[in-house]
Design a protein around this ligand. Structure first.
Ligand code: SF4
Ligand code: SF4
Length: 372
């Protein structure tokens, strides 16, 4: 891939990028404020982006406020990751219909539709996407790629933004997944008050930027962008006690901390819903009452539901202690055996969106016997 030099995109020209992608047939989505949170929504006009919005995130807390800044990406990840765009929370995988002669016709509901361009993707979510690609597209034991995920993944164009304002809950520097995006994007932006530095990460991204005929960025603009992400990295105070906690966690399966966290945990599954890497799901049949058709559905499941560990009449993890332990030891431990890395990219969502403020970094530090 030939790359362009880093380019300067004046703020008003962001609309040209949105228009160029729409003109190339992409449905564009980007961050917007809805119900007090920053979430993805259809994006036609750059004015829809959350200008002058900042966030405060703490264990069990997420708040937005307004300021006078022209910046549209000066906040940390909201509750939505890329996950729901590729791995739908609930969808029909196939349907079985009874033909008039009594035989059964099977058909698949693999999604169709225009390609999707997503604006505002962060480094942690690119890292999570790479993990989900490993699971859904390059599964273990020769498993076939998931056609539902694969269809959506093939049609994805990613406009990343390097993080300049991490939340107190963020710790991607500790997992090695941010705050600067280094791969997995088509275009990456560094935001400034007067615009953006833009760089391509794929041939498609290069062609899209070349079409905008932007000027090369000045060396001082490039240096300031670098300093901005260095400051973001230094601002993160949370960290895990190490990149690979497999042995430390499995040596502490009887640690008293599992009981303490279970006393607080509601087994609600919020943490697994917002986590960009969690992929557990359940499948079920939804037959019509007249017996003519049955839909085979898939929906997100969680380590924290009773049914998720129900095997042949036995619930293997009947209580919250065992469910939280399963989540943490898989996410930070046995994930290394499965995927060659931890399942945590340090986005901090599970901390902010846990209704009782349980903090994965605090628990891991306590259980692995190291101070926070
Ligand atoms: S475990 Fe928590 S911090 Fe880590 S990737 Fe999942 S939601 Fe983000
Ligand atoms: S850790 Fe928090 S978010 Fe996760 S299941 Fe327990 S109470 Fe819910």
């Amino acid at each position: 891939m030939d790359t362009l030099p880093q380019l300067f995109m004046p703020r008003a020209r962001l609309q040209d990028l949105i228009d160029a992608l729409a003109g190339a047939g992409f449905r564009c989505i980007g961050p917007t404020v809805r119900d007090g949170a920053i979430v993805f929504a259809p994006l036609k006009d750059a004015a829809q982006l959350p200008a002058g919005v900042s966030d405060v995130q703490e264990p069990g807390a997420y708040r937005l406020s307004r300021n006078a800044s022209p910046r549209t990406f000066a906040w940390a990840s909201g509750p939505q990751a890329l996950k729901p765009l590729l791995f739908a929370p609930s969808e029909v995988l196939w349907r079985a219909r009874r033909r008039p002669d009594g035989s059964i016709d099977f058909s698949s509901d693999v999604p169709q539709g225009p390609p999707l361009a997503v604006f505002g993707v962060r480094a942690c979510d690119l890292a999570a996407l790479a993990i989900q690609d490993q699971h859904f597209l390059h599964g273990a034991h020769g498993a076939a790629p998931d056609p539902f995920y694969g269809q959506r993944r093939d049609r994805l164009f990613l406009v990343a933004v390097n993080c300049s304002h991490p939340a107190a809950t963020c710790f991607c520097a500790s997992t090695g997944d941010g705050p600067r995006a280094v791969q997995g994007f088509d275009i990456v932006l560094d935001e400034r008050d007067d615009g953006f530095l833009a760089q391509s990460g794929s041939d498609r991204g290069r062609d899209m930027l070349a079409g905008l005929a932007l000027c090369a960025a000045m060396p001082d603009q490039v240096a300031e962008a670098q300093r901005q992400t260095e400051r973001a990295e230094q601002a993160m105070t949370r960290r895990l006690p190490g990149r690979n906690l497999r042995d430390a966690l499995f040596a502490n399966l009887d640690h008293s901390r599992w009981d303490e966290v279970a006393d607080r945990c509601l087994s609600c599954g919020n943490c697994t819903s917002v986590c960009p890497t969690c992929f557990c799901h359940s499948e079920s049949e939804q037959p019509r009452i007249d017996g003519t058709e049955s839909l085979h559905g898939r929906e997100w499941d969680s380590c924290f539901t009773r049914g998720h560990s129900h095997i042949h009449g036995l619930t293997v993890r009947p209580d919250t202690r065992l469910r939280y332990r399963q989540w943490l030891t898989h996410k930070l431990g046995s994930w290394h055996d499965q995927f060659g890395r931890s399942g945590c990219v340090g986005c901090g969502r599970c901390i902010a969106w846990c209704p009782v403020g349980i903090d994965i970094t605090e628990e891991a530090n306590a259980i692995c016997g190291r101070g926070p």
